[in-house]
Design a protein around this ligand. Structure first.
Ligand code: TIU
Length: 222
């Protein structure tokens, strides 16, 4: 066993790379690029671009050292049978889930906009989890996959911090996984939510995880 210790909030995060996965949550065109779901909700998606360079460095490092890499994508079947009406009808977006947009049907599997951005495209052999909800565990095989692979710790990245990242970390925490969230590799459309969402994770003695910037995580590994 190799124990890596990362300086993190609220305390050092300890993990063994052999039982750890890097998780990239929903780095899809639909959230990160114009013309997709994120923009249809009224967001300026350009703010999420800041996540890409540090996340590319973390992903390259994980690939080099053979860490398990898991990508997730939020989206629905083309017939929307896995999209609850409550989700479909929520709010007043400029385009609803399933509507035709400039990058294909909004948040629908198989469409160009639903896929992961080129800069972080999965390599053959990397797991891609398609999820209908905000959390990565709900209605997916992620828990079974992690258990079968002996994974007990997750390095969590992706978008958006207070929505799919938070939901996933909360779900993971309840299932017994230890999560380190990389603060510069997660992004929100709302700077004030980014700050609060990160603080919530590590407050109260690390109520559902740890938080550290990616340079601290990478330097702990070398
Ligand atoms: N809208 C928003 O902030 N996020 C989502 O709808 N999904 C994810 O966070 N992936």
């Amino acid at each position: 066993m190799t124990e890596i210790i990362v300086e993190a909030a609220p305390s050092p995060f300890r993990f063994d790379p052999a039982s750890t996965a890097l998780v990239l949550i929903d780095m899809q065109r639909d959230f990160v690029e114009p013309g997709g779901f994120g923009e249809s909700l009224g967001n300026d998606v350009s703010i999420l671009q800041a996540v890409v360079p540090p996340l590319q460095a973390v992903l390259a490092d994980a690939r080099e050292r053979g860490l398990t890499v898991i990508h997730t994508r939020e989206g629905h079947r083309p017939d929307l049978s896995d999209c609850p009406p409550a989700k479909l009808m929520r709010g007043a977006p400029s385009m609803r889930i399933g509507d035709p947009g400039p990058k294909g049907r909004i948040l629908v599997r198989g469409e160009y906009g639903h896929d992961i951005i080129d800069d972080l495209a999965p390599l053959p052999g990397e797991v891609v989890i398609d999820k209908p909800g905000k959390g990565s565990f709900y209605a997916t095989g992620l828990d079974d996959l992690l258990q079968a692979s002996g994974i007990t710790s997750l390095i969590v990245t992706g978008v958006t911090t207070e929505v799919c990242v938070h939901t996933t970390v909360r779900e993971a925490n309840d299932r017994g996984y230890e999560c380190l969230v990389l603060s510069d590799c997660v992004g929100s459309y709302f700077p004030e939510f980014q700050k609060a969402a990160l603080a919530m994770i590590s407050a109260q003695g690390g109520i559902f995880g740890w938080v550290a910037p990616s340079p601290d995580y990478l330097s702990a590994l070398t």
